[in-house]
Write a protein that binds this ligand. Structure first.
Ligand SMILES: *Cc1c(COP(=O)(O)O)cnc(C)c1O
Length: 445
């Protein structure tokens, strides 16, 4: 089937109006009357169409996307295989509810997840709509399977915005403030943050484990839940050895090790999953974001004996594993394989890291350059200190936006600028984006 969507989007950044342009500004005014002001305003250019790494806005500006809608459109915008798969599925049927009358695409997604997630053991999956929902279900499953209550999470963690996942998330503003009370039996321990703690991976793991043992009690722990590279918390890459030590401790103490790969998974870090880098095999893995090319889909995948410990009917939801989202995931995974996007992520990562490391030498405000694959960030500091410099991060993001480059910030202290380009970004597009970012950094006084 050939798609009726013929792209009118160019392949490079082109700015025709001031940003946001007049049509975007008018939409933004309209929004104010009917959209809750509780949602982040972000970069209010209203998007009409996308292609690869370029977004076309309602004023005809072509923007360079270095955020992928927060690591979602890793295969790029308007991928013809995904358009075809979704269009055919919409024409066939859009919903039955998998728990009422099932369909094959759900099984195929679970087969792919069993094959791609780390480890060769038997695995089963359950599909959901959002990352938060997947994390909630991973916690439910871990508690049921172990008969224990305590969930251990890390400083700087982000696991979602529902009530349970807010309890798991670390940062107060804007996520948690005044939204409590939060769920009990969640324990937070120090993470590995090499730029700020200077500890080796095993040392940081020892510090975390000491707290678990003394403050929670090993025998109470249902699961240790970690982001293998922390996303919203500031692209914090733990020192080597930290994750394997926590996974080994979990195994030795009858606790499950859960990897939240919602942001770091699906080729983003140069492997299918970020834990692959150190050969860590989690008991449960949560996925979402990059999994379905922009359609809402999430999953919990894990050891069959754990996943299947749940009684029939204990897991589910009306839309989870919706057929349109499921075929989108299959097209996304096929695209990742066909184009070897894991390898492309590694190439993009080495280009970004070397450009940013060079930039760091020219300025006093970049304290750290870090990341793996196409999940890379700079942490901004006040010159001569390690004090967080959120004002610099904001100024850099705003400068990029003024030039039509979609960049996003992150970090517990709001002082990180993160790069998550679509993995299909071309070399020319990436170098354009990096040169705007360099100008942005140099423009900060
Ligand atoms: C985005 C994210 C979530 C939450 O996913 P939603 O789809 O926004 O609910 C959970 N964990 C991590 C690591 C994330 O990056």
């Amino acid at each position: 089937m050939s798609t009726s969507v013929t792209s009118k989007v160019g392949d490079s950044r082109k700015i025709l109006t001031e940003l946001p342009g007049p049509k975007s500004r008018a939409l933004h005014e309209r929004r104010k009357a009917v959209v809750s002001s509780g949602l982040t305003q972000g970069f209010p250019v209203y998007i009409e169409r996308g292609d690869g790494a370029i977004l076309l806005d309602v004023d005809g500006n072509q923007l360079l996307d270095l955020g992928s809608g927060i690591a979602v459109t890793s295969i790029g915008h308007a991928v013809s295989d995904l358009i075809d798969a979704v269009s055919e599925q919409v024409a066939a049927f859009t919903h039955t509810c998998f728990m009422v009358t099932p369909y094959e695409a759900y099984i195929e997604v679970c087969e792919a997840l069993a094959e791609l997630t780390p480890g060769t053991h038997e695995k089963t999956s359950a599909l959901f709509n959002s990352g938060s929902e997947a994390v909630e279900n991973a916690v439910k499953i871990a508690r049921l399977a172990t008969g224990r209550a305590a969930i251990v999470v890390l400083d700087h963690a982000y696991h979602g915005r529902t009530n349970l996942t807010l309890a798991l998330t670390a940062k107060n503003m804007p996520y948690k403030d005044r939204f409590g009370p939060f769920a009990p039996e969640i324990y937070r321990v120090p993470t590995s943050y090499p730029f700020r703690d200077g500890l080796s991976g095993p040392e940081a793991a020892r510090r975390a484990i000491d707290e678990i043992e003394s403050q929670v009690g090993a025998h109470n722990v249902a699961a240790v839940l970690v982001e293998p590279i922390q996303g919203e918390g500031g692209f914090i890459v733990p020192a080597l050895g930290f994750l394997p030590a926590l996974a080994e401790w979990s195994k030795a103490n009858g606790a499950l090790f859960i990897a939240d790969e919602i942001q770091s998974g699906f080729c983003r870090t140069g492997d299918w999953f970020a834990v692959d880098h150190e050969g860590v095999i989690p008991d449960l893995v949560t996925t979402a974001k990059g999994l379905a090319g922009g359609m809402p889909l999430a999953a919990v995948t894990g050891r069959a004996e754990i996943m299947n410990a749940v009684h029939e009917g204990g897991l589910g939801g009306t839309y989870g594993g919706n057929p349109v989202a499921a075929v989108a995931a299959l097209a996304t995974i096929k695209t990742m394989r066909d184009k070897n996007l894991a390898a492309r992520a590694r190439e993009l990562g080495s280009t970004m890291l070397s450009a940013l490391t060079e930039l760091q030498r020219d300025t006093l405000i970049i304290g750290d350059v870090r990341g793996r694959g196409a999940m890379v960030a700079i942490e901004l500091i006040e010159p001569g200190t390690t004090n967080p410099n959120a004002a610099a991060a904001n100024a850099i993001v705003n400068y990029c936006r003024s030039q039509g480059v979609v960049a996003i910030s992150a970090g517990t202290y709001g002082n990180v600028v993160r790069l998550l380009p679509p993995l299909v970004i071309t070399d020319a597009q990436l170098s354009d984006g990096l040169s705007v970012l360099a100008d942005a950094v140099r423009s900060v006084k």
